[in-house]
Each structure stands twice: as structure tokens, then as C-alpha cells.
Design a protein around this ligand. Structure first.
Ligand code: SIN
Ligand code: FE2
Length: 212
């Protein structure tokens, strides 16, 4: 059936990075990554990537963003929030592709679907500073993050901003779950390594973050 065809085979090694933080390395095979990239292209054709701005300063982010799902995560001068429509087009966000809903079920076992899939696009020099994902209501649901394209260095801290951090690489097809005791852990992307993947024709990295 169409539903089964959309199922994502998770064929990965599970690595516990910290309590509640699991890296499913190579969770998505090349075929699934290509299919998923096609879905993201459809999403960005309806809900174009845009450059968000920082709270207060209005400084542009180096990462471009869009969303799918009932709610999208946005950032602008007035702060961070979830909203049902694209900040530039005013249209509702496109639906979350079935293969991502299936992946969420399979990887998290959480009894309700994700409500937001944030799409982050990192060109060569883009990075994301240390932050916590704390704007969600369901803090018992993990954050499920998927990497596509060029390899990046992910930095994981603890619950305090000034705490110790560790860093590791995320490759195309890797899935990272951030939940449990560390659901509110600080994390960020230090850098992206150009030309480390051929998935995206023009290079760069895409990160999908599913949250509730
Ligand atoms: C994020 O924390 O919002 C993005 C993480 C990533 O790009 O892997
Ligand atoms: Fe985050």
C-alpha cells in the first residue's frame, strides 16, 4: 500500500550520547534520503525558505528556515514562537510528509504525532549557537532531528548554559533524539563541512526537527 511504501526503514546503530540523547547513525539509507529530499523540495516550493531574524536585535540568522505541520517555529524581533502560517506568504504550512510521521512513530513511540517540522538550511558558513528547544508544550516528547547533506559538528551541553559540552559529527541520514533527562539540554551546530555529501546538488546541509 501507499502507506507501507512511505515507511522508513530504520537500519541503524543506536548510540547513547547522554541520558535521553540517542544517535541513530545512518538511520536513513540513501534511497530514503533522496525520497525525503524530494518531499522537502515540495514543501519549500509551497512554503519558501526565508531568513529569520533574531529576537530584539533583528539580526538575520545564518540559517534559512521553513516549516511543515500544523505549527511552524518562527523567530523575529518580537521573539520565538509557534504559528500556523508562513511569516512572509501568510499561507498555512504544508502538511508533514507521511514518511516523517512514520519515522516519528517508529523512533519515538510517542502516542501523538509531531505538530511541527522545522526545516533548517545551512549553507557553508551557517551555524547555530547554543540554545535549548524550550518553546514546546509536550516536554515529555523528544525532539527528533534528521540530518541531510553535508556533515556538521553538533555540540551538546547539559541543562546549564555554562556547563560542559561534547561535540560529535552528524552525517546525512543520521537521526538524533533529544529527550528524557536532557530534553532541555543546550545544543547547537558549530560548523558545516562543505563537499562532504553529494545528496544536495548545490551542497549545504538540511536539518529537520520534529517537535510537539
Ligand atoms: C537545532 O537545534 O535547531 C538544529 C540542530 C541541527 O541543525 O542539527
Ligand atoms: Fe534546537
Amino acid at each position: 500500500s501507499e502507506h507501507q511504501a512511505a515507511k522508513v526503514p530504520i537500519s541503524s546503530q543506536k548510540l547513547e550520547i547522554a541520558s535521553g540523547v540517542t544517535l541513530l547513525s545512518c538511520a536513513l539509507d540513501t534511497a530514503s534520503q533522496t525520497t525525503l529530499l524530494g518531499e522537502i523540495r515540495k514543501i519549500s516550493s509551497k512554503a519558501p525558505l526565508y531568513t529569520p531574524t533574531m529576537p530584539r536585535t533583528g539580526k538575520p540568522w545564518t540559517v534559512r528556515m521553513t516549516n511543515c505541520g500544523p505549527l511552524g517555529w518562527v523567530s523575529d524581533r518580537s521573539g520565538y514562537r509557534y504559528q500556523p502560517d508562513h511569516p512572509e506568504t501568510g499561507d498555512p504550512w504544508p502538511a508533514i510528509p507521511q514518511m516523517l510521521l512514520d519515522l516519528w512513530d517508529e523512533a519515538t513511540g510517542y502516542p501523538a504525532p509531531p505538530e511541527c517540522c522545522l526545516v533548517n538550511f545551512y549553507a557553508d558558513k551557517a551555524r547555530m549557537g547554543l540554545h535549548r528547544d524550550e518553546d514546546e508544550q509536550a516536554l515529555d516528547a523528544p525532539v527528533l532531528s534528521i540530518s541531510l547533506g553535508d556533515t556538521a559538528t553538533f555540540r551538546l551541553g547539559g541543562l546549564e548554559r555554562k556547563g560542559k559540552t561534547q561535540s560529535f559529527k552528524l552525517h546525512s541520514g543520521d537521526v538524533l533524539l533529544i529527550g528524557g533527562d536532557n530534553r532541555l539540554a543546550y545544543h547547537g551546530i558549530d560548523r558545516v563541512f562543505p563537499n562532504t555529501s553529494t545528496l544536495l546538488k548545490d551542497g549545504g546541509r538540511i536539518n529537520l526537527t520534529l517537535r510537539r
